[in-house]
Write a new protein. Structure first.
Length: 186
C-alpha cells in the first residue's frame, strides 16, 4: 500500500488526510486487492477501530455534502468509490489548524482504487462524475442526528472549484439548507 498526504487548495499538506493506494494484483481474470487491513492501516495511516460501514449510491450530477458531526460524535471516515467516479472534497473545520477552512480534493474511481482517510474535524462531500457511482465508507463513530451539520456546497468563503458543467447539481433538500461558514461561526 502507498500512503500520501492530501494537499489543500492553498498548497499546504493536510496532516490528518491520507490518500491510500492499495497494492493491486491484476491478471487475465481481473484483479484482487485488500481494501482494508487493520494491521496495515493502524501501522501506516491511523490507529482505528471502525464500527460501521455505509454504502451510498448516486446518479450523475448528484452532489452530497458538505457533512460533519460535532463532538462528541465527530467521525473519521475511510472513503472509497467502488463503481463509477466521484470528485471527493474535504474541508478543514478545526479552528486551531494551520489549514483551517482550506479544502482539498481528489478523484476516486473504480479504476484507481484510491481511498481517502478523513480524520474527524473535517467536513466531507462529493460530486458524481460518472453515470452513477457506489461509494462505501467506514466510520469510527456512530451517526447522531442531533450533532449532524451541513456546510452549503457553494459557500463563497470556501470557493470550492466543483467540476460542475452546464447545470446545477442534484442536491437533497437537507443539503440545500446547509449553512454558510459565517452561520456556523467556524
Amino acid at each position: 500500500m502507498k500512503v500520501t498526504n492530501l494537499k489543500s487548495n492553498k498548497g499546504l499538506i493536510f496532516k490528518n488526510i491520507k490518500v491510500i493506494e492499495p497494492d493491486i494484483h491484476k491478471d487475465d481474470r481481473g484483479f484482487f486487492y485488500e481494501s482494508w487491513n487493520k494491521q496495515d492501516f493502524n501501522n501506516n495511516v491511523y490507529k482505528i477501530d471502525f464500527i460501521q460501514e455505509n454504502h451510498s449510491f448516486s446518479m450523475k450530477n448528484v452532489l452530497r455534502g458538505l457533512h460533519f458531526q460535532t463532538n462528541p460524535y465527530s467521525q473519521g471516515k475511510l472513503v472509497e468509490c467502488i463503481t463509477g467516479e466521484i470528485f471527493d472534497v474535504v474541508v478543514d473545520i478545526r479552528k486551531e489548524s494551520e489549514t483551517f477552512l482550506q479544502w482539498g480534493c481528489l478523484k476516486l474511481n473504480e479504476n484507481n482504487h484510491k481511498q481517502i482517510w478523513i480524520n474527524s474535524g473535517f467536513a466531507h462531500g462529493f460530486y458524481t462524475l460518472s453515470e452513477s457511482a457506489h461509494v462505501i465508507y467506514k466510520v469510527d463513530n456512530f451517526y447522531n442526528k442531533d450533532s449532524e451539520e451541513t456546510i452549503i456546497w457553494n459557500d463563497t468563503q470556501l470557493s470550492i472549484k466543483w467540476p460542475i458543467v452546464n447545470s446545477l447539481p442534484t442536491i437533497s433538500k437537507k443539503d440545500l439548507n446547509g449553512k454558510s461558514i459565517k452561520e456556523l461561526m467556524l
